[in-house]
Design a protein around this ligand. Structure first.
Ligand code: ATP
Length: 278
């Protein structure tokens, strides 16, 4: 028995409209994933192989995982998610076996998406991981990626990788035919933040003084990630509940002041050093 647990096959339910902003990223993904699935003949006619692998890179909490799930949802594909560090084992050969088993499961579940979060943990530049174990795992990952693209039957296994550190990835990973689409998923702009606040407040009772476009403006929420905005909406709801008095325990409502206070209490964590790599 392996100490590395085997990866579950899921059917995700994330639609493109569950992701606020990031219109450019969504457009590229739809084009590169949906079109080959819905109109494969176009790619055959033009003699171009559809992309097998996509690398999403950018700061934490900016919807890389959501994007991977939306790809699988929109293409009616099974979804297998694994975090790079979960594949690392101190036992000789165990990581390789886990990786092989992951690709086998994905082929059996095809059409499918394999999502590698924290890909840098298993795909650092060769010679940099302090031992040959990491290099062996990387070679095997490359072999599996090549296998996915050469074997016709497994052509509907799409690989999506995510990392905050594109600078330390081995360049062999992003060669043509492997993860050759690299897409930057960055912090949302004001329009993006407005839709993310909309999504975060969806289904929550809001007072009419709540002005989402004002909250989303650069003056108030510049630099916040999607994950932080969703957390702010949740914190504002908790503040609204906490403020209720005995006379009115029925109908909590988020007001502008709750959102502003939640923003004040939660500082954005994406630093300029983190944006340095992109
Ligand atoms: P990490 O690099 O830390 O893995 P990530 O880029 O993969 O982060 P996600 O896991 O996709 O980020 O986002 C975390 C959570 O933040 C999501 O489950 C969602 O609730 C919220 N979120 C992030 N971005 C958005 C967005 N654009 N629209 C709506 N919700 C978002």
């Amino acid at each position: 028995p392996s100490a590395i647990k085997s990866v579950a096959v899921e059917i995700p339910h994330v639609s493109w409209s569950d992701i606020g902003g990031m219109d450019h990223v969504k457009m590229i993904l739809k084009e590169s994933i949906e079109l080959p699935l819905t109109h494969p003949h176009l790619f055959e006619m033009m003699r171009v192989p559809p992309p097998r692998g996509i690398l999403l890179y950018g700061p934490p909490g900016c919807s890389k995982t959501l994007m991977a799930r939306a790809i699988a949802t929109s293409g009616n594909m099974n979804f297998l998610a694994v975090k790079g560090p979960e594949l690392l084992s101190k036992w000789l050969g165990e990581s390789e076996r886990a990786l092989a088993s992951l690709f086998r499961r994905a082929r059996l579940a095809s059409p499918s998406v394999i999502f590698f979060d924290e890909l840098d943990a298993i795909a650092q530049k060769r010679g940099s991981s302090g031992g040959s174990g990491g290099d062996r795992l990387l070679s095997q990952l490359l072999t599996e990626l090549d296998g996915v693209s050469s074997d016709g039957r497994s052509s509907r296994v799409v690989i999506v990788g995510a990392t905050n550190r594109p600078d330390i990835l081995d360049p062999a990973l992003t060669r043509p035919g492997r993860m050759d689409r690299k897409i930057y998923v960055g912090l949302p702009n004001a329009d993006g933040r407005e839709s993310i606040f909309g999504i975060g407040l969806r289904g929550k009772r809001c007072h009419e003084d709540v002005d989402v476009s004002k909250i989303a403006s650069d003056d108030i929420s510049h630099g916040y990630s999607g994950a932080e905005i969703v957390a702010i909406c949740r914190d504002a709801a908790l503040l609204a509940i906490g403020e209720m008095d005995d006379g009115n325990m029925e109908q909590p409502q988020i007001r502008m002041c709750h959102l502003l206070e939640a923003i004040k209490n939660l500082k954005p964590r994406t630093t300029s050093e983190m944006l340095y790599f992109y």
